[in-house]
Design a protein around this ligand. Structure first.
Ligand SMILES: [Zn+2]
Length: 502
């Protein structure tokens, strides 16, 4: 698709706007809001009460080597230290969820296989205060617990490097948590309930704890199995592959398996009246689209994702996971939730530019994930750069011209929210983490040439797939593979003012 210069400028401004996609500004927001008639469901809210059956399954074996890919080195987050606990290394969350729209009640049973990273007398997870815990067991035995605020503390002796199975049963009406941001497209994060009783979640930088007990920090990746039971015809959509769907007594149960470890902010569940369609990229990746049943036209507009994925694979290498889908929800934003991207029902959030941006994150953010929120620039800088050069191609403009546009507002964003890698914690996800690092990548590309640049872009996520990393891993690696001195990167990432562009 070609755009006129004016439209291209608007599209770029819109780029400012999209949790993971940059924020919406007022001009583009007007258009987005006009089209955002989200929230209405095709069918009336189904009555019927869903519940989690009593658990009579044998305990899983936490020493199963199949869990080893989920071993992490959790760290206390330097930006948001009150969330998560580095003494827990979660390996697999098996979440059995039941949602009753009439009463807005979530029932959950979480079976969590985890490793203790230290000797101690307790385990701590995050779980939203509105949820009431009925029982907690460790390796099958009841254990005492305290649930104060969002802290769920389980009293039990634990040994460094030993693995355990923690089971938590809970219920209540989840409430989203205030997000540490001044963005216009979201102010809370976590489990969100629409007026009709549908639900969705976006939870960056934290907020997974609003609906399940979790070590809610990016440095702790884990595998996920999520089962959702809801009154028919509604359905629950989550990360990974849909492995089972069944209907009994007016309730629909879907089971999802995520085979690649994910940080908690990349987990998604959406419940509503959805219809699934699919198409396939040239490279053979089947993409599923979970679209509100009363908005079938949206599915058609989103089929561009297949073309966009081919464009990305040509630059980043093969798509790194074994499934890919999109679920549309009543939000103004978009989020790169792993293998099942969550997008707001707006023209902008469902636009080709945002599809490309969120899919780029499957490599930059999801396959390799920051181990500390101070390095979220690792995600957004590259996604925004790739979106920018994709946009340039679409518009018949040069990448330099698009970067000039980025530069026209980057300095003020840096002044407002801080340097990209040392930002104001109350301004999470502002433009400063997107556009400055995107400009840095373009300057690097000009310095080292296209061949080396795209080699580096492709090699970094493939270097250690399904891992966490931070600047102390990435920057020395970049210096080694580009020959560009560390000071170049530090200037772009840490300077209070924009470095000179070539
Ligand atoms: Zn993003």
């Amino acid at each position: 698709m070609r755009r006129t210069a004016t439209l291209a400028a608007v599209a770029l401004t819109a780029g400012l706007l999209a949790a993971c996609s940059a924020d919406e500004n007022t001009a583009a927001k007007a258009g987005a809001a006009a089209s955002a008639s989200a929230g209405g469901s095709a069918s009336p809210t189904p009555s019927g009460s869903a519940s989690v059956p009593a658990d009579d399954e044998p305990l899983p074996d936490p020493d199963d080597p199949a869990l080893d890919p989920a071993l992490s080195t959790p760290v206390e987050d330097s930006v948001y230290p009150d969330v998560g606990d580095p003494s827990v290394d979660s390996l697999r969350y098996d979440l059995d969820l039941a949602w009753t729209p009439d009463s807005r009640t979530l029932e959950g049973e979480a079976t969590i296989e985890l490793r203790s990273t230290a000797d101690g007398d307790h385990l701590q997870l995050d779980l939203g205060e509105p949820l009431e815990v009925s029982t907690v067991t460790l390796d099958g035995a009841d254990v005492p617990f305290e649930h104060t605020g969002k802290d769920l503390v389980v009293t039990a002796p634990v040994v460094e490097d030993e693995r355990y199975v923690l089971e938590v049963r809970y219920s209540g009406t989840p409430e989203p948590t205030p997000a540490p941001t001044t963005r216009s497209d979201f102010s809370t994060s976590g489990w969100t309930i629409t007026p009709d009783g549908e639900t969705w979640t976006m939870q960056e930088p934290y907020g997974a704890f609003t609906w399940y007990p979790v070590n809610d920090q990016p440095s702790d990746k884990a595998l996920y199995d999520i089962t959702v039971t809801v009154p028919s015809p509604w359905v629950g959509v989550a990360n990974g592959e849909l492995t089972d769907q069944s209907e009994h007594d007016g309730l629909t149960t879907t089971s999802w398996h995520l085979s690649s470890p994910a940080s908690s902010y990349l987990v998604t569940v959406a419940i509503g009246d959805y219809t699934r369609t699919t198409n396939t990229s040239e490279s053979g990746v089947e993409i599923s689209y979970w679209v509100p049943t009363d908005r079938p036209g949206l599915a058609e507009g989103m089929t561009y994702a297949a073309t966009g994925l081919d464009w990305l694979e040509a630059r980043l290498g093969p798509y790194p996971f074994d499934s890919l889908g999109f679920v549309l929800v009543d939000s103004q934003s978009g989020m790169e939730t792993q293998t099942m991207i969550t997008l707001g029902l707006t023209d902008y959030a469902t636009s080709p530019a945002v599809l490309v941006h969120e899919m780029a994150h499957q490599w930059y953010g999801d396959e390799v994930t920051p181990n500390d929120w101070r390095d979220v620039w690792m995600n957004e800088g590259m996604a925004m750069y790739l979106q920018g050069i994709w946009q340039a191609e679409q518009d018949g403009r040069s990448a330099d011209e698009v970067m000039d546009d980025y530069a026209s507002f980057e300095a003020s964003m840096r002044a407002e929210s801080g340097p990209p890698a040392d930002y104001d914690p109350t301004q999470f996800g502002e433009g400063n983490i997107y556009y400055g690092p995107a400009l840095m990548w373009h300057e690097l590309r000009k310095e080292i040439g296209d061949d080396t640049f795209f080699e580096v872009v492709r090699d970094w996520p493939a270097r250690d797939p399904e891992s966490n990393a931070g600047r102390d891993d990435y920057l020395p690696w970049l210096v080694e593979h580009t020959g560009v001195p560390r000071s170049f990167f530090d200037d772009w990432l840490l300077s209070p003012t924009t470095p000179d562009r070539s």
